[in-house]
Design a protein around this ligand. Structure first.
Ligand SMILES: C[S@@+](CC[C@H](N)C(=O)[O-])C[C@H]1O[C@@H](n2cnc3c(N)ncnc32)[C@H](O)[C@@H]1O
Length: 328
């Protein structure tokens, strides 16, 4: 076992390279992984060896696959792994060294952190969208993960962009992976209210005969599918689907790439059994940990930047659990 940076009954934090720390953790010791790795070529987290600063997409993907290979070993066989990734354009994915930690202030934004680095090769001409989330997802699939969901996180308050020759980016991806075909998943805690009043199908009446029905032979729709469509209302609400509209929330003092708490909340409630342990190998300000604790789970966080671990202990993982989104 590796000595931890911090440990109490519910929280363990490790300082170091995610891949190295994970390799020392016990196999099958966590129930769920929820994380947001650095994006390729976008931000400088102020530490040597950080992921995202690689010279090429291929190196970035290799490094992430190695981290998640270790995470898979640490994950229980019925566990789930949720990975949030945003995309980069070949022209903007030019990260410069020498930037200081973004903990120093919010003056750093994506544009300020990006400096031209013509020697970097992206394998495609400038301005190309790299498709990085999907490249990583396919590489993880090739490495043995089962990709179960590709969730679009739509940000209604996404950062404005000054581009006029393409559409501005308003979403990121959240992938759900599993180790095996059978795994723990509970839809009920994240069901959402029905948009239309659920229609109880009168006994013996086919679904396609219901006004506003789905026009399909009754026998082709399972109970779950009818509930998903709102034809038969599940008392706890419908499946939230794979497009999640969640506004970003600022967190004073941290780098700005923090999870809105609602995002890890959905992953944890559906993908981690009550009382289980949630892992975030790129812990940052500790949002995943805060939400895990708020929902009766334990937390293991890893980060290469000691300042972020300290920040998370002072704020989100402290007894009072400060949450600037007001959701504490
Ligand atoms: C996008 S941020 C995570 C933000 C987090 N989801 C939150 O809500 O605060 C990525 C984090 O990964 C950390 N990091 C970068 N490279 C790392 C590595 N090789 N091992 C561990 N942590 C790393 C950075 O220091 C940063 O805190």
């Amino acid at each position: 076992m590796r000595p931890s940076y911090y440990a109490d009954d519910s929280v363990t934090l490790h300082h170091g390279q995610a891949v190295e720390v994970l390799s020392k953790l016990k196999a099958s010791s966590v129930d769920c992984c929820v994380t947001s790795p650095p994006y390729f070529g976008l931000r400088d987290y102020g530490v040597d060896g950080q992921i995202g600063a690689e010279e090429s997409p291929a190196e970035f993907i290799t490094n992430l696959v190695a981290v998640f290979r270790e995470a898979r070993r640490v994950l229980a066989d019925d566990g789930t792994c949720w990975v949030n990734l945003g995309d980069s354009f070949a022209s903007s994915a030019s990260w410069g060294r020498g930037g200081s930690s973004q903990l120093e202030g919010r003056k750093h934004d994506a544009a300020q952190m990006s400096r031209p680095s013509p020697e970097r090769s992206f394998g495609v001409p400038p301005k190309n969208l790299l498709g990085m989330p999907w490249r990583v997802a396919f590489a993880m699939q090739d490495d043995g993960w089962i990709l179960r969901n590709a969730i679009v996180w739509h940000k209604p308050n996404a950062m404005p962009e000054s581009v006029t020759d393409r559409l501005s980016t308003r979403y990121e991806m959240v992938f759900m992976f599993t180790k095996f075909r059978r795994y723990g998943f509970d839809l009920d805690p994240i069901r959402q209210g029905h948009t239309m009043k659920p229609q109880r199908r009168p006994a013996g009446r086919p679904v396609d005969a219901i006004p506003g029905g789905i026009g399909q032979p009754r026998q082709s729709w399972s109970t779950a599918a009818r509930e998903d469509l709102g034809v038969d209302g599940h008392p706890l609400g419908k499946n939230p689907g794979d497009v999640w509209e969640i506004a970003t929330t600022p967190f004073p003092g941290a780098h700005f790439a923090v999870f809105p708490p609602e995002l890890p909340r959905r992953c944890i409630l559906a993908g981690c059994k009550p009382g289980g342990t949630v892992l975030d190998p790129f812990s940052g300000s500790g949002t995943t940990g805060m939400v895990a604790l708020q929902n009766g789970r334990k937390y293991i966080g890893i980060d290469l930047n000691r300042e972020y671990l300290d920040l998370s202990l002072r704020t989100r993982l402290s007894n009072g659990v400060l949450d600037f989104a007001g959701e504490a």
